[in-house]
Design a protein around this ligand. Structure first.
Ligand code: UDP
Length: 480
C-alpha cells in the first residue's frame, strides 16, 4: 500500500525581513517537528531580494519556496504610504497565488497561512476548501487593537480612535496613549486606514490565529482571547512564540562583531540597532554618537544610512554598493571611542549578539522580532520606537512586560545626547534599570519554558498541526 503524501501547508509571506524571519521559523518547525510539507510563498517588490534570499537560505531543504511574479503598483500615488502599498501588493498578487495553488499537484493542501497584510488571501482558502489561518507577527495586544478598529466602525457607532478617551485603557494590555497607536490607526483620512479596517474585518473569517507571543509574556491578554474563542466571539488564537532564529554559524563575514564581543567583559556592552528599516537623521545620528560617548559604557552600534528626507522608515530603500553609513558619523568619533565602542555598517548577526555573554542592554527600535529576541536572551531594553507599530510595542514592553525603559524624551523630536547618555546609564546602573534587568532574566526563563518539551507554545503549535493533519481535504486545493 502506498503511503499518503504528507499534507501541505502554504505559508504566504508579506514583504520584509521582519515578516519573513518568523515565518521561516514557523516553516522549519512545521516541517521538522510536525512532518508537514511546507511551501513558503514570497512576493516580489518592496523587500530587499538579497536579505530575503539570506533569510530563506536557512530553511531546511525539505521546505519548498516560490516567489510570485512582480505586479505593477505604478498607478498608485507616490506618497500613498508603505502600509497601503503592502496591502495593494498582496491584493494584486492574489491571482498568482491562486494559479500556484491550482497548479499540478503532488498532494493536497490542508492549510493556507497568511500574514499581517495578507488576509485578503483568506477568501481564496475558503474557495479552495482549505483551512485559512493568520500568522500574526506581533503581540496579542495588537490583535486587540485591530479588533477595536472594527468595533469603532460598526454601523451603529461609526467612529474612530480619535474619538476615544486618551489614554485608552486596553483591557489586559497597556494603557495606550493615542500617540502610541500604530501609524495609520489614528486618523480615518489616512489612506491606509480603510485597508486596516478591511484587514481587521477579515479576521473573524479565519479558522485560527498563530501569534508570535507566549502566554507568560502577555498573561492577561492570552486569557482574554481564550474567553473570546470559547464564547465564539473570535477565532482561537494560539500563542506559539517566541520564534527566534537559531543562531547559525553561517554569518561568518560578520564575525568581526562577535570576535570584538569576545574581547569585552561579561555584561558590559550596550547593543544599538533600529532594525531593517529604521533610519535616523544626520543630526540625530550625531546626537546618538555623542550620547553613547558620554555614557561611558561600551557599545556595539549597527549604523545605517541616515534619512535625508526626515522619513524614519527606509524599508523600501535598497542601499547602493557605494553607500558607507560609517562616513556619516561625527568627525573623530570612531577614534575617540576605539577600544570601548564598535560601529558596524548596516547589519549585525543580531540573535548571536544578543545572546553573547558580553551584551548587557539593547537600545532598540522595538520591532517585535527584535523585542522577542531580546526577551529570549534576557537582555533589557531602552525603547526608541520610530514608526509603524513600534510605539505600541514600546508601551507593551514597558508597561506590560517591564523589560524596557521608555524615557519620556524619546518622542517625535530630536533626542538630545544628555537624554541618551542618561537612559543608557539608568538601564546599566540605575534602580529602574535594575528592575528591568531582573524582569528580563525572568522572561528569558519563561521564553525557554514556552518551547520546552511540554511548554505552552510547543503544545499550541502541535495542536494546530494536528488539526491540519486531521483535515479531510475536499476542495481542489493543489500546489505544484
Ligand atoms: N536583524 C539582524 N541584524 C541587523 C538588523 C536586523 O539580524 O543588523 C534582524 C533582527 O534580528 C530581527 C529582524 O532583522 O529578526 C528585524 O525585525 P524587527 O521586527 O525587529 O524589525 P523591523 O526590521 O521589521 O523593523
Amino acid at each position: 500500500e502506498e503511503l499518503a503524501p504528507p499534507q501541505k501547508v502554504v505559508i504566504f509571506a508579506s514583504p520584509g525581513a521582519g515578516h519573513l524571519i518568523p515565518l521561516v521559523e514557523l516553516a522549519r518547525r512545521l516541517a521538522v517537528d510536525q512532518s508537514l510539507a511546507v511551501t513558503v510563498v514570497t512576493l516580489t517588490g518592496m523587500s530587499n531580494p538579497a536579505t530575503d534570499a539570506a533569510v530563506l537560505s536557512s530553511l531546511p531543504a525539505s521546505v519548498a519556496t516560490a516567489a510570485l511574479p512582480a505586479v505593477s503598483l505604478d498607478d498608485l500615488p507616490p506618497d500613498i504610504g508603505f502600509g497601503t502599498l503592502m496591502f495593494e501588493l498582496v491584493r494584486r498578487s492574489l491571482p498568482h497565488l491562486r494559479a500556484l495553488m491550482l497548479g499540478p499537484s503532488s498532494g493536497p493542501v490542508t492549510a493556507l497561512v497568511c500574514d499581517f497584510f495578507g488576509t485578503s488571501a483568506l477568501p481564496l482558502a475558503a474557495e479552495l476548501g482549505v483551512q485559512g489561518y493568520v500568522f500574526f507577527p506581533n503581540s496579542f495586544a495588537l490583535i486587540s487593537i485591530m479588533r477595536h478598529i472594527v468595533e469603532l466602525h460598526g454601523d451603529a457607532a461609526p467612529g474612530e480612535y480619535r474619538d476615544l478617551p486618551d489614554p485608552l485603557p486596553l483591557s489586559g494590555g497597556p494603557v495606550l496613549r493615542h500617540a502610541d497607536l500604530p501609524d495609520g490607526f489614528r486618523d480615518r483620512t489616512d489612506p491606509v486606514y480603510a485597508y486596516l479596517v478591511e484587514e481587521a474585518r477579515r479576521y473573524g473569517r479565519a479558522d485560527g490565529f498563530l501569534v508570535n507571543s507566549f502566554e507568560e509574556l502577555e498573561i492577561a491578554m492570552a486569557e482574554k482571547f481564550k474567553r473570546h474563542a470559547e464564547g465564539g466571539a473570535f477565532p482561537p488564537v494560539y500563542p506559539v512564540g517566541p520564534f527566534v532564529r537559531p543562531s547559525s554559524g553561517e554569518e561568518s563575514d560578520e564575525s568581526a562583531c562577535l570576535e570584538w564581543l569576545d574581547r569585552q567583559p561579561e555584561d558590559s556592552v550596550v547593543y544599538v540597532s533600529f532594525g531593517t528599516g529604521g533610519a535616523l537623521s544626520v543630526e540625530q545620528t550625531a546626537e546618538l554618537a555623542a550620547g553613547l560617548e558620554t555614557s561611558g559604557h561600551r557599545f556595539l552600534w549597527v549604523v545605517r544610512m541616515p534619512s535625508l528626507d526626515g522619513n524614519p522608515c527606509a524599508l523600501a530603500t535598497i542601499p547602493g554598493a557605494e553607500d558607507n553609513p560609517l562616513a556619516w558619523l561625527p568627525e573623530g568619533f570612531l577614534e575617540r571611542t576605539r577600544g570601548r565602542g564598535l560601529a558596524v555598517a548596516a547589519w549585525a548577526p543580531q540573535v548571536r549578539v544578543l545572546s553573547h555573554p558580553a551584551t548587557a542592554a539593547f537600545v532598540s527600535h522595538c520591532g517585535w522580532n527584535s523585542a522577542l529576541e531580546s526577551v529570549a536572551a534576557g537582555v533589557p531594553m531602552v525603547a526608541w520606537p520610530l514608526y509603524a507599530e513600534q510605539k505600541t510595542n514600546a508601551a507593551i514592553l514597558n508597561e506590560v512586560t517591564g523589560v524596557a525603559l521608555r524615557p519620556a524624551a524619546y518622542g517625535d523630536g530630536l533626542v538630545a545626547r544628555e537624554e541618551i547618555a542618561a537612559a543608557v546609564r539608568e538601564l546599566m546602573e540605575g534602580e529602574k534599570g535594575s528592575a528591568a534587568r531582573s524582569r528580563a532574566r525572568e522572561l528569558r526563563e519563561a521564553a525557554a519554558r514556552a518551547w520546552s518539551p511540554e511548554g505552552s507554545s510547543r503544545r499550541a503549535l502541535g495542536d494546530v498541526a494536528g488539526r491540519w493533519k486531521a483535515a479531510v481535504v475536499d476542495g481542489n486545493g493543489r500546489i505544484g
